[in-house]
Write a protein that binds this ligand. Structure first.
Ligand code: 4AD
Ligand code: MG
Length: 433
């Protein structure tokens, strides 16, 4: 009978069987009598062995002459191979060419980051992006699973809006027929409407910020996951946040051992992040810590990367920094009950110096207070009338948060820069491919 068509990742289940795999060549090495073909099929990487005496002259010549990223079918027997990274290899009996490849630009030597990003459409095939995208996929899967288990429904806010929940300085403007519109910075305000309709909701999709800053943490298009919960105070929201992060890290540990190995990411470090609760400090305490470490950050200032890095470095787990000054946060947050200079809010800072991965708060649920806040922020009551309605008809305490997917990936994969956490990064100077 015909050999079964399998994926490389499933080869452990086929030891001793002859199978067929559709593959690309990543590298090869040959001597007079034996060729080692490094193969990938999108599910894993492993080695194919061609022994001159065991195949036809045509197959031997194909193996010798094919170039990097040529595509072909291989037929052969699966063996265990303790020396290889993956643990298995295929002893090739036949090769059928599918697509030739010549002059593939990403050779096995080292390349600069700009060159690699210019070739992102091809670079995605390499080992490091492969591992990162598999982990990204698992984090997305785990997110849906977690929020479904917790009784949330997924609700999709619009991407084209006329509102600016996170301030007007970083909006992407678009022409919308004869009026102005913006790409969404955050779906939060719409998710609040969702929470009043369905109780617990979450969104997961791209959001946009016209970030002029060139940092390791900023993209202009990034994926945000935004839950919003009715009848819920900040305390319960913080517990959901830590449970969610711990769950996601556990799923990556359970399902992505191979990818973590490709990235050289030590699973023992990640295990620390599966334990809850996470530590909490106030913004006031964070200022104290910074000042005693020699930073001249004054109370009232927002934290930049250096401050967040310093704070997160002081903890072995992600840390919540709570109750920021009003001046550095958004108009919709709820005032602290005993302090009128801070909000009931928290940012979750990732350890190992990665900084903010989640921003969240309790929302102002009082009609008059929120209306005043809208006016104080020079926002138009015309644009935000619908949002005020949510406080007019059965307003309830509610809380929510937003996690930047790429920030979380950068931390979990221990990357230098957020641009590697998304298939096609969009940054101030990068729009292609
Ligand atoms: O802290 P942010 O601005 O909060 C909000 O947008 C709230 N409306 C969320 C909510 O409560 N529903 O953004 C949330 C998260 C940040 O913690 C960060 O992880 C990520 O989004 N983020 C970015 N990620 C990549 N590039 C950027 N330019 C980002 N800006 C924010
Ligand atoms: Mg924030």
């Amino acid at each position: 009978s015909e050999p079964e068509h399998i994926s490389i990742i499933d080869s452990p289940k086929h030891v001793g069987e002859t199978v067929r795999i559709g593959a690309w060549l990543t590298d090869k090495r040959s001597s007079g009598k034996i060729s080692f073909l490094q193969l990938r099929d999108g599910t894993a990487f492993f080695q194919g062995v061609v022994v001159k005496n065991a195949v036809t002259e045509e197959v031997w010549n194909l193996a010798k002459e094919m170039h990097q990223e040529a595509s072909f079918w291989v037929t052969g027997e699966i063996h265990e191979d303790k020396r290889s990274h993956f643990g298995y290899e295929i002893e090739i009996s036949n090769i059928e060419m599918v697509g030739e490849s010549e002059g593939y630009p990403i050779t096995p030597k080292e390349h600069g980051i700009d060159f690699l990003l210019d070739h992102r459409h091809l670079w995605l095939r390499s080992r490091k992006p492969f591992a990162i995208m598999h982990i990204r996929n698992e984090m997305i899967r785990a997110t849906y699973e977690f929020f479904n288990k917790e009784g949330f429904i997924k609700m999709d806010p619009p991407e084209i809006t006329n509102s600016a929940p996170e301030g007007t300085t970083e909006l992407f403007h678009i022409d919308y027929f004869d009026t102005d519109a913006y790409l969404s910075q955050s779906g939060q305000l719409y998710m609040e409407a969702g929470a009043m309709a369905y109780g617990k909701v979450f969104s997961f999709g791209p959001t946009f910020r016209a970030e002029k800053s060139k940092t390791r943490r900023h993209l202009t298009e990034f994926w945000q996951m935004e839950p919003e919960m009715a009848f819920m105070h900040q305390e319960e929201s913080l517990q959901i946040q830590e449970r969610y992060i711990a769950y996601m890290v556990q799923c990556v540990l359970d399902k992505c051992a191979y990818d973590l190995k490709l990235l050289d990411r030590d699973p023992e470090i990640l295990k620390r992040y599966t334990k809850t609760p996470f530590p909490r400090i106030t913004y006031d305490k964070a200022i104290e810590m910074l000042q005693s470490a020699g930073y001249d950050t004054k109370w009232g200032a927002d934290f930049g990367s250096p401050e967040e890095t310093y704070i997160s470095d002081q903890f072995e787990q992600p840390v919540f920094v709570m109750n920021y000054p009003k001046a550095v946060k958004s108009f919709y947050m709820k005032s602290h009950p005993t302090r009128d200079d801070v909000y009931i809010c928290a940012d979750l800072l990732a350890p190992e110096g990665y900084g903010e991965i989640i921003g969240g708060s309790e929302r102002e649920d009082n009609y008059d207070v929120l209306k005043q806040s809208i006016l104080d922020h020079h926002l138009s009551l015309d644009d935000y009338g619908w949002y005020l309605d949510l406080r007019k008809y059965g307003s309830v305490p509610h809380s929510g948060f937003g996690m930047g997917l790429e920030r979380a990936i950068t931390w979990i994969c221990h990357l230098d820069h957020v641009r590697e956490a998304i298939p096609f990064p969009r940054m101030i100077n990068r729009l292609r491919p």
